[in-house]
Every structure is written in structure tokens, then in C-alpha cells.
Design a protein around this ligand. Structure first.
Ligand code: PLP
Length: 374
């Protein structure tokens, strides 16, 4: 793992300001709630209209850009960030390769809105990218670890292959967070993330961002935001910025707890199996160990049936039944309820920042209430 060099980066992020602080200036970025700016004469300068630019977005973008190692543009949700890439980097007749086991809404967006415009989608399971040729694809989309199955893709191997074939490469690192996985270290063209999850961390806001190395490509993304009107609110941007400041400590706690819980659940007789990149039993463990700075908060727990899985979630006093992950409160859900191609008893479990022993005690108590395994 390559965690230590990021310490300096995160320390810098906490103290970053575009301009040197003036005496009496607040440390935190102000929430600039405005649709208009003083704009006499020619419409010039950085601030012209609220849909074009906003100082609170910019403060968040500065922080995310530092973290990613490439400039970032924020959007009002992860899907808005995803669709900004899809709608600006492809045209009719282009082919895109996406993970068959990644977040379903990305495939649904392409199928519903882009396929009728002549964009051709092909899919491949995350663990099988290495067997796939990339010739003729305009975009190769990676999501690692994938949501919800937590399969791992070897970016150091696959991104250069895709770029050599002439494709643009996009990495969705939502489950890992931009701190846990750094797409630009592997040569990606774009990173995209739902900041609704661990980046903001408190389940009180939706947000997303795109980062890109090429200024022209990012300018096109920014123009998309301006012309499509998919803009975040300044208060929401501020909430994400505030959450981001504690990402490093939250992620360290959540990942350490997730590892312990994964090990204990895997050893429990009422659990069929556990999927977590931090477990040596995970097929992508060695790759994850090399390419991630932490294994993240999300694990998959498989029970013998959906009923048992639901009973485990409902019976655990420290688990919130909810469809999200990466928050400070542990949460879980059966993904089959959304139609994902997972076992009926597969639970996506997100470990929060609760101290580990009370959290484990609550899970163990719920497991104890389940009838003996069939
Ligand atoms: C991997 C991944 N990408 C994108 C998204 C979309 O994010 P949002 O819900 O913020 O639109 C999600 C949401 O769960 C996700 O898991």
C-alpha cells in the first residue's frame, strides 16, 4: 500500500486557500448564495451569472482537484457527473465498454438516452477486463471496486492497454473514494466520483465530480454544466467541502473496522461468505493491495436466503437499512431488491465510524437471533 505520501497531500488540503489569507478572513470558504454578480459593462471576469460559476463550488473544486491530482468540476450528484462525461465525450456511432457488474444506473442512462442517439454499449464483468480487446472503443469505463459486487480491476494493466487502443479511459472510484484509489496515478483520462458517499460522509447531501488531466476535455465538461444547467447549490457544495476535511480520518476508521468485521463475519457459521478486497480470499486482493491506499468501508455479506439477510439487517441495532454507503453510520441492504445480479442473500454493508466493539456486538447479537443455518 502507498498510504504515506498522501498524508502530506491531505495536510495540504486542510490548509489550502487560493489566495493567502488576509487578517480577519474566515478560515472556512463562505457560502455564496447568489444568482447574480455585479456586472456593469462588458460581461467579463470570473463571475457573471450563478449558473456559470460560484466561489463556493470553486473552493470545493480546488480541494477535490488537489486530492485527485487533476482539476475537478462539481455536479449536483454522482450521476450528473457521470452523464456529463458520457454526453460530452461521445458522438453517434461511438462504442463504449462499461462494467456489467457496476452501478446499474450508468448502464440504464446509456440504454435509455444514448443508445437511441446511436451510441453502442457493450459490457464486461469487472474481473474479466483483462480478457477483453479494446480496439474500436471510444470510451472504456472502469469501476473498481465495483458496486455492488466489489470486484477489482487491475488499472495499472488495463488503462495503458485501453489508451494504446485509442480509447478514453474513465475510472469511477466511488466505492474506494479519491483517497483510497487514485486513477491518475495509473494514467486515466477521467476520474468520476459520487461525493454523496464517503467524500461528504454524513448522508445529508448529494454531489459528484469529474476530474480530468486534459484542460480542453475538462473545459467541455464545464461548458456542459453551464449549458445543461446541472449545477450544485452553494450550500450543498459547502457541506461536501466540510465533510471532505475529515475524509482521511473517517476512511481510516471505516476501513480498519471493515477489515475486522469482514474477518469476523467470514468466520461466522451463519454467514455463507464475505466479499471484501482486504480479505486474502478475495480474487482481486493482491491487485487491490497494490492499487488502493485502503480497502474502503464497503463489504458484501452473503446469507443463505434473502429472508435471513433481511433479518440480520433488521435485527442489528447499529445498522441502518438504507440504499447508500460510505456514511458515518453503518448501513446495509439486500441489493437483489433493486434487481442487481447478486445472490438473493447478498447484503452490501457499509461500515461507519461507530467504535468497533459495540458495532460488532450489535452484529453478533443479530446473528445470534437467526435460526441455525439450514
Ligand atoms: C459507483 C457509483 N457511481 C455513481 C453513483 C451515482 O451517484 P449519485 O447517487 O450521487 O448520483 C453511485 C451511486 O450509488 C455509485 O455507486
Amino acid at each position: 500500500m502507498t498510504g504515506r505520501p498522501l498524508d502530506a497531500l491531505f495536510a495540504q488540503l486542510l490548509h489550502h486557500h487560493r489566495e493567502p489569507l488576509q487578517k480577519g478572513q474566515s478560515f472556512g470558504a463562505p457560502i455564496v448564495n447568489t444568482s447574480i454578480y455585479h456586472l456593469p459593462g462588458a460581461p467579463e471576469g470570473p463571475y457573471q451569472y450563478g449558473r456559470y460559476t460560484n466561489p463556493t463550488w470553486e473552493a470545493l473544486e480546488d480541494a477535490l482537484g488537489l486530492l485527485e491530482g487533476a482539476p475537478a468540476v462539481v455536479f449536483p450528484s454522482g450521476l450528473a457527473a457521470v452523464s456529463a462525461i458520457l454526453c460530452t465525450q461521445m458522438q453517434s456511432g461511438d462504442r463504449i465498454l462499461v462494467p456489467a457488474d457496476g452501478y446499474y444506473a450508468i448502464r440504464a442512462f446509456i440504454e435509455t438516452f444514448l443508445a437511441p442517439l446511436g451510441i453502442v454499449m457493450e459490457t464486461v464483468p469487472t474481473a474479466q477486463y483483462d480478457a477483453r480487446a479494446y480496439d474500436g472503443f471510444r470510451v472504456v469505463w472502469f469501476e473498481t471496486p465495483s458496486n455492488p459486487g466489489l470486484a477489482v480491476c487491475d488499472l495499472a494493466r488495463e488503462i495503458p492497454r485501453a489508451r494504446a487502443a485509442g480509447a478514453l479511459t474513465v475510472v469511477d472510484h466511488t466505492t474506494a473514494t479519491p483517497l483510497g484509489l487514485r486513477p491518475f496515478a495509473f494514467g486515466a483520462d477521467f476520474a468520476v466520483c459520487s461525493d454523496t458517499k464517503a467524500v461528504s460522509g454524513h448522508c445529508d447531501v448529494l454531489m459528484g465530480h469529474v476530474a480530468a488531466r486534459d484542460p480542453e476535455r475538462l473545459a467541455r465538461i464545464r461548458t456542459w454544466r453551464k449549458l445543461s444547467g446541472a449545477i450544485p447549490g452553494p450550500f450543498e457544495a459547502w457541506l461536501v467541502l466540510r465533510g471532505l476535511e475529515t475524509l482521511e480520518v473517517r476512511l481510516a476508521r471505516m476501513s480498519a473496522s471493515a477489515q475486522i468485521i469482514a474477518e469476523r463475519l467470514a468466520a461466522h457459521q451463519k454467514v455463507l461468505s464475505v466479499t471484501y478486497p482486504g480479505l486474502p480470499s478475495h480474487p482481486g486482493h493482491a491487485i487491490a493491495r497494490d492499487q488502493m491506499t485502503s480497502f474502503g468501508p464497503v463489504l458484501g455479506v452473503t446469507f443463505a436466503s434473502r429472508d435471513r439477510a433481511e433479518a440480520f439487517i433488521d435485527g442489528c441495532s447499529l445498522l441502518r437499512a438504507a440504499t447508500s454507503f460510505g456514511g458515518v453510520h453503518s448501513s446495509a441492504e439486500c441489493r437483489v431488491r433493486w434487481g442487481d445480479a447478486v445472490a438473493p442473500g447478498y447484503v452490501r454493508l457499509s461500515v461507519g465510524i461507530e467504535p468497533i466493539e459495540p458495532l460488532w456486538a450489535a452484529m453478533a447479537a443479530s446473528l445470534a437471533e437467526l435460526p441455525a443455518s439450514p
